[in-house]
Design a binder for this molecule. Structure first.
Ligand code: ATP
Length: 306
């Protein structure tokens, strides 16, 4: 198993008598784009602030490359680049001068590294222009360049596409995907937009009211939209489970005389036929009434897919 770049281990944040983050545990792996998805006020920003040490944890721990943010802050944070609030940019300096300024504050940033980053975020043409002439998308990219100067293995971006037009959103999405794929950087992004997260991320964590509801790969997420959890009541149960295994249908849950499987509508008659052929008695077939991740998210946000 690959070592996680970042691990949240039972993290909670309590402010006054209010629990803002409740017992969140998750792992983020090298080279993945990981999304924190949730409605406004769900706790995404708070989680990210704790990940970069801008805010303390009340309980639990966060490890970055195995270093605890709590106990070894310097070592942990050396691996992190982040844009949580607006990136701080100097309008009357050029893009390049801004980067030189930030490079001086980081360690071991060479001129070659600056060139490389400028290329990567696609600002080579405009890097010698003053930042005040930049579009919002270009500012975002310069902010990104700044966060990447010290070659972090974990990049944390709060709502990176906020305020951008569709072309700007597409650009940022492409840069982040390239960063993850080509440079092996783990990228954590937050958003309240399901559609956007599905395009950008490898895995998505759904957060609501400070709780982690689920973490799923985008693939599973998208597939599950067309699938139904079906409960079969059968006898003998062990034989039915064997039949499912023989036909490569993963069994999700088994109780006394029941098992559950995720099926697309078209698969249901096939599964019934396999069971009948194996002389399994079927006493009941019903939808399990469990919601897919997408349905749960839409419910949380009042049904608007946005
Ligand atoms: N310093 C604080 N004191 C009290 N409550 C806070 C504090 N910071 C955040 N909260 C509350 O914690 C909850 C989570 O806020 P957070 O900003 O993390 O949400 P979010 O998911 O990032 O949403 P948004 O997209 O609106 O920023 C909100 O209800 C917010 O009001």
């Amino acid at each position: 198993m690959m070592e996680p770049v970042c691990r949240l281990d039972h993290v909670s944040k309590i402010i006054g008598s209010k629990t803002i983050i409740e017992d969140i545990s998750l792992d983020i792996y090298p080279g993945e784009v990981f999304g924190l998805l949730g409605p406004n006020g769900a706790g995404k920003t708070t989680t990210m602030r704790m990940m970069v040490g801008l805010m303390s944890m009340s309980k639990g721990n966060i490890l970055i490359q195995g270093h605890s943010i709590r106990d070894h802050f310097e070592q942990a944070i050396a691996h992190v680049g982040a844009i949580i609030e607006q990136p701080q940019l100097y309008n009357y300096l050029t893009g390049y001068e801004n980067l030189i300024h930030f490079a001086r504050m980081a360690e071991h940033v060479t001129d070659d590294r600056i060139e490389e980053i400028v290329e990567l975020v696609g600002l080579a043409d405009r890097i010698d222009d003053k930042v005040k002439t930049y579009s919002l998308g270009m500012r975002q990219r310069l902010g990104l360049a700044q966060a990447l100067l010290h070659s972090p293995s974990l990049l944390i971006l709060d709502e990176p596409t906020n305020g951008l037009d569709p072309a700007g959103i597409r650009e940022i999405r492409n840069y982040l995907r390239r960063l993850a794929q080509e440079e092996g950087v783990s990228v954590v992004v937050s958003s309240h937009l399901l559609a956007e997260m599905q395009l950008m991320c490898d895995r998505i964590a759904i957060i609501d009211k400070g709780k982690l509801l689920d973490v799923q790969s985008v693939e599973t997420f998208l597939n599950s939209a067309h699938q139904h959890m079906i409960t079969f009541t059968v006898d003998p149960l062990h034989q039915a489970v064997q039949v499912m295994e023989d036909h490569a249908v993963p069994v999700r849950h088994v109780t006394d005389h029941e098992f559950k499987v995720m099926l697309e509508k078209e698969q249901i008659p096939d599964v019934v036929q396999h069971l009948v052929q194996a002389k399994v008695k079927i006493y009941g077939i019903r939808p399990a009434g469990e919601k897919t991740l997408e349905e749960r998210f839409l419910e949380m946000t009042g049904g608007k897919a946005q």
